[in-house]
Design a protein around this ligand. Structure first.
Ligand code: GLC
Length: 421
């Protein structure tokens, strides 16, 4: 018996050091489209390799609600979350809650990523997150319907409205009364800020607050852009859009009931997935210009991975970040989910270009995507909320853009210092 016990103790001693090292890492993965599934697969692959375990924290689909959830946990110093996904617009808001990742990521690794994003993730010299994927707003359209009705892909919003109307009217006559013209993210949340920034920028109306910190939203081009889009609601744009997030728009488009859709790149992989009713019938292009002298633009989106400063095992958490944001995993996510890599060399990868031809043809759209006005730092969220509420009111027929944007202008000036940022 003594011998057996001694043997057991010895065996335990052999096992224990390893067990003590195995940590559980909690990661918030995201939940739009395939986000959760792909991130879980990646995290589990890392767990298998490293001997650690992972737990996935569920988050709301609405980016603003996600921010609120993280802020609540982190403000309370919670150790329940180790790896946090960080929206491209958040570094100025959440920087204090994250460790500096520089010691874990040598210069040559960081150099592989899009440099503007690395810069965006560096707050007061601290690298708070590693780029994971980038996005830009894109226009999806049903190439089969455009061809059937002899229409060309639109280069301006005015053409888009016209083309949508022509197709919807003709289809209606033929008995297809479910089809609508154009869907986008019209709920009053961060997604609408992105859509409306694109409209304003495409009409030449600037970026709400300019890079020097001047509030610019109250200008004739911005007014024209928002009034124009509002004029489409109830016509080529169904009123239901005013409650759509990304997935609401994708649902309408993917079921075959919309001619045009504004969305992020992830919708490509799903639109062309095995059981998609519109598989092979979809094309992607840059968003239209606001008139002949406008510009083609797309809002810059995307997510980073950071390690909470309250994590009980930051080294292990940083290792998970290294794996998820590394080339192999970025390539897998791009192949399966059309998540745009932040590692530049992957844009030359033949396999990726074949799966997502628009990675190549719209490369400029991604590299020149228009950023939201994060010069407003920790107050970005308030700035965005003021702006999109005014847009939402205008889209819902509550006031004209001239009045609504004038109020935003005054509000943003009062939030900044001496009318400036
Ligand atoms: C996407 C973008 C993100 C943006 C959000 C708005 O997730 O990547 O930057 O804030 O959509 O809905």
């Amino acid at each position: 018996m003594k011998k057996v016990l001694a043997g057991l103790v010895a065996a335990a001693a052999l096992i224990t050091p390893e067990l003590a090292q195995a940590e559980k890492v909690v990661i918030a993965c995201g939940s739009v489209g395939q986000e959760k599934e792909l991130c879980t697969q990646g995290a589990q692959a890392w767990a298998k390799k490293s001997g650690h375990t992972v737990e996935i924290m569920s988050v709301p689909t609405d980016a603003g609600q996600q921010l609120a959830q993280f802020q609540q946990l982190l403000a309370a110093g919670s150790t329940d979350l180790d790896v946090v996904r960080i929206d491209v617009i958040w570094p100025g808001i959440v920087a204090n809650y994250f460790i500096d990742l520089k010691p874990y990521f040598p210069e040559d690794v960081l150099k592989q990523h899009f440099q503007p994003i690395v810069k965006n993730n560096t707050v007061n010299g601290k690298l708070i997150a590693i780029p994971w994927f980038i996005e830009a707003g894109l226009l999806y359209y049903r190439k089969d319907l455009l061809e059937k009705h002899g229409q060309k892909p639109p280069t301006t919003w005015q053409e888009l409205a016209q083309t949508a109307k022509t197709i919807v009217d003709a289809e209606k006559k033929a008995g297809n009364d479910k089809l609508v013209g154009f869907v986008f993210q019209g709920k009053s949340y961060e997604g609408l800020t992105c859509n409306a920034l694109e409209w304003v920028d495409s009409f030449g109306g600037g970026t709400i607050v300019d890079p020097s910190g001047q509030v610019t939203i109250n200008n004739p081009k911005a007014v024209e852009a928002i009034d124009f889009m509002a004029s489409l609601v109830g016509n080529v744009v169904p009123k239901g859009v005013l409650s759509y997030e990304e997935e609401g728009a994708r649902g309408a488009f993917q079921s075959g009931n919309a001619v045009f859709m504004r969305n992020w790149p992830y919708a490509w992989a799903l639109a062309n997935s095995k059981d998609s009713p519109i598989k092979g019938k979809v094309e992607v292009m840059a968003l239209p210009k606001g008139g002949a002298d406008g510009k083609a633009t797309g809002a810059l989106g995307g997510w980073q991975l950071g390690v909470s400063k309250f994590s009980a095992h930051p080294d292990v958490a940083a290792d998970l970040v290294k794996y998820l944001a590394g080339p192999e995993e970025q390539k897998r996510r791009a192949l399966v989910g059309a998540f745009n890599p932040t590692i530049m060399s992957l844009y030359k990868d033949e396999e990726l270009l074949k799966a997502n031809p628009f990675f190549g043809s719209l490369y400029d759209t991604f590299t020149n995507a228009v950023p939201r006005p994060t010069i407003t730092g920790s107050k970005y969220n308030q700035v965005s909320t003021e702006f999109r509420n005014a847009v939402y009111s205008t889209l819902s027929g509550k006031g004209k853009a001239a009045d609504n944007l004038k109020k935003v202008d005054a509000k943003l000036k009062s939030l900044g210092k001496n009318g400036k940022w």
